[in-house]
Design a protein around this ligand. Sequence first.
Ligand code: NAD
Length: 390
Amino acid sequence: MTKLVANWSFPTAIRFGAGRVAELPEVVAKAGMSKPLFVTDPGLAKLPVTASTLRLLSEAGVAYGVFSDVKPNPVESNLEAGIAIYRQGGHDGVIAFGGGSALDLGKLIAFQAGQTRPIWDFEDIGDWWTRADADAIAPVIAVPTTAGTGSEVGRAGVLTNEATHTKKVIFHPKMLPVTVIADPELTVGMPPFITAGTGMDALAHCLEAWCAPGYHPMAEGIAAEGVRLVLENLPKAYADGTDIEARAHMMSAAAMGATSFQRGLGAIHSLSHPIGALYDTHHGMTNAVFMPHVLEFNRAAIETRMERLAAYCGISGGFDGFLARVNALCAELKVPESLPAFIDGLDMDEERRQLIAEMAVVDPTAGGNPVELTVDGALDILDRAMKGRR
Ligand code: NAD
């Protein structure tokens, strides 16, 4: 069997393989950091995997600070608190350690600590990123502990604006981590719900990238292989969290999702973002709840493309075969059958329904959907997700 260890430089430097977190002190030195801030989340901060990683730094004599006040779906107050600690500690870079929430917040701290304009001035709209002082952006080393968001290879961070209850994407090319340590052993402790949700996030990224219109054959190739890796390995990682080979392939698929979605995302994300912002749900699991419904909604526009993808993944029956596989995967991973089954006490009155649909159509991902996403279309998808899977 091929050894699942390698060094890649696409889209950034990636040290891939089980046990490679041991190289963290060397990576810190290479990045020129003498006093990094280690950013993680409060749940992870208590786990042995974090203690053993910090021990590596201590034993190598690295003077680091720790910041862990990071909510799942991080908010502006988390960012402000992190920046205060970063400045007080005189830090010169960030080690972002965790799932998408900690990775994003770590990247945002390194980005924003040297800026003078408010963070919302750097939302991913047109060329707003050029407003930033690029020289003031600190380097980031990303060490993912989930396999889903691919934030470790992305140039953006997602932050919830609590005032408007919206999830905003903050973008700058220099937010791309200088080095990634992708060590699948770090993901072994993920509980099944997080394994499933993050894995379905990777699938949603690859799938929406595959379906987005536009010419980007490189991204298409990466997306197709990412889909195959998830379909073959997520059930194994879910059934046996210690299956390092399956965990390794999922870690690759996560990075491939975020690399390929340069091509665009679509309505899975457009609906999932308002639900996440309003109900604080897990991002990947929310994507999973919407996935079959968005595939059906987009059917006419993607049927031929999906035949090709199904064939590549060894699934017979074209679009219908692929959809059946997604539904079976959702059942196997215990993805909630519907939005009411997912969100306790969900009250979807008419006003809420309209609000979610209106938020979905202005979400930046809506433009990548292969069918134009109108308010009526978003309502249709929302209603299907309220009823549940077939
Ligand atoms: P997460 O980072 O919110 O983590 C979820 C939970 O899993 C936390 O409680 C955490 O403590 C726990 N956890 C993480 N690793 C663990 C491990 N190895 N063992 C045990 N527990 C572990 O979840 P996520 O799905 O990785 O990230 C979601 C966030 O990422 C959302 O805020 C979403 O908006 C964002 N996101 C960003 C991008 C991007 O391109 N930057 C893409 C997709 C999603």
